[in-house]
Design a protein around this ligand. Structure first.
Ligand code: ZN
Length: 447
């Protein structure tokens, strides 16, 4: 079925009365200034689907469980302890059920592709499943069930700290050597849908030695490379103690970081590191909701974007799954620390939400190895806004996106991914069944 919108944010800007002709999951033609024809699915406003560059889907199931104060030094590391205890109980069926719900909710929020930073490879005792890529296959099955695009990033994890320290017992499910990892990636790639993308994710400089990192990179085979970096002050201090360099500096100096790379978080960076990431072409993968939830700190987004740096946003821990909220919090963090408004708008009179949205669509596509945006030949990944939300009354153009990001409540109406309508009225087409399966998995996990 072809689509018609009162207005649409096309690759080259806003247009009114837009028909999108779809074929084979892609946009076959874009007609602006036209009337709908009989049979067109008619809607209010079309935006390109937003990529979600960083997710650990299983963590959706522990959202809200880590919000009671523990010891007085409650921080990221105490959160990680709880996460590890939770991880010990998740089997293949639970993994798939939780991921399917997370992915359905991503579609409902306006995300049309997810970069799954997937490290739950092995059985809880660290032994291999009969199929070494069993859990990767479950992630792929969950993405197919929900209908979201998947860029799978199997994680390489081998150590418990800088300099090749041994991993802890709780990390047994994550561990591989380089050869085993290469076999796992190859097998995982065979499980993806035709428009799936495979990449790799060296977990962090804590978990990978320099030698392993260099051996690992050919496994990416030209696909995306994602890494957690400089998320925590302690991580930066440990890296300096180990190498004499801060994490981002070390990475830029020692490895050929380029536009295939996404540096996830990169929270704690000095000006020379900010400039170095921009020069490399790597995407900064920012996760404002999770970074706020974990008390990580604030990435210098204004400086980075002013230099032309590319950003993507990710829902990371999935404590909340909300595309607009990621963009809103990205800007609000800057406002709260600078005592200024519209910090990330870039230029005078530019619309802040619209600029952040466009940046996250373009950077997200680079990060996940796909084309984004509404134009001929691109995937038909489309989000329509809900005309019944009064936040959109008498809004046009960029003000629609600003109103979505900063002011709306029930903003997303329909979501198409690969030309298939996956959500309508803000609700996933298969939400009831996906949610029932999730509830059953949670009952087993907490029994
Ligand atoms: Zn992460």
């Amino acid at each position: 079925m072809n689509l018609w919108f009162e207005s649409a944010l096309l690759e080259d800007g806003w247009a009114d009365r837009v028909r999108l002709v779809l074929a084979d999951g892609r946009i076959a033609a874009v007609e602006a200034g036209v009337d709908p024809v009989v049979g067109d699915d008619r809607h209010f406003v079309a935006l390109p689907g937003l990529p979600n560059v960083h997710s650990h889907a299983f963590q959706r199931a522990m959202a809200g469980l880590a919000e009671a104060r523990g010891r007085t030094d409650d921080d990221f590391w105490s959160w990680r302890d709880l996460m590890y205890r939770f991880v010990g109980r998740i089997g293949p069926e639970e993994c798939e059920a939780i991921a399917a719900l997370a992915y359905a909710e991503m579609l409902e929020a306006g995300f049309t592709r997810v970069g799954e930073f997937h490290y739950l490879h092995h059985a809880p005792d660290g032994s291999r499943y009969d199929d070494v890529a069993e859990m990767s296959g479950r992630i792929a099955a969950a993405a197919d069930a929900a209908g979201i695009g998947l860029t799978l990033l199997p994680v390489f994890y081998a150590h418990g700290g800088f300099g090749g320290q041994p991993a802890g017992a709780a990390q047994g499910r994550f561990l591989n050597d380089v050869d085993g990892f290469a076999a796992l990636v190859e097998r995982a790639a065979s499980k993806l849908a035709p428009d799936g993308v495979i990449g790799i994710a060296p977990h962090s400089l804590r978990a990978v030695t320099p030698e392993e990192l260099r051996e690992l990179l050919p496994v990416a085979n030209g696909g995306p490379v994602h890494i957690h970096i400089a998320e925590q002050i302690k991580e930066v201090a440990d890296c300096v103690a180990w190498s004499g360099k801060r994490p981002v500096r070390w990475l830029l100096d020692e490895v050929s970081v380029d536009a295939r790379w996404t540096l996830v978080h990169a929270t704690h960076v000095e000006p020379d590191e900010v400039a170095g990431i921009v020069a490399s072409g790597a995407v900064a993968g920012l996760c404002p909701i999770t970074e706020a939830n974990l008390g990580d700190g604030l990435f210098p987004a204004a400086e980075f974007m002013a230099l032309g740096g590319m950003i993507g946003v990710g829902s990371d821990s999935n404590v909340r799954i909300d595309a607009a909220e990621e963009l809103r919090l990205l800007e609000y963090g800057q406002r709260l620390t600078r005592g200024a408004r519209n910090v990330l708008a870039g230029e005078d009179r530019a619309a802040t939400g619209a600029r952040l949205f466009a940046a996250a669509v373009a950077g997200g596509g680079r990060s996940l190895g796909v084309e984004t945006g509404l134009a001929v030949g691109r995937p038909a990944d489309i989000v329509s806004l809900d005309r019944t939300d009064p936040a959109f009354a008498e809004r046009k153009g960029d003000a629609l996106i600003d109103s979505w990001v900063f002011a709306s409540r029930r903003a997303v109406d329909c979501v198409w991914r690969g030309g298939v309508k996956q959500a309508e009225g803000g609700r996933h087409r298969d939400r009831d069944a996906i949610e029932a399966r999730y509830r059953a998995a949670l009952a087993r996990l907490t029994a």
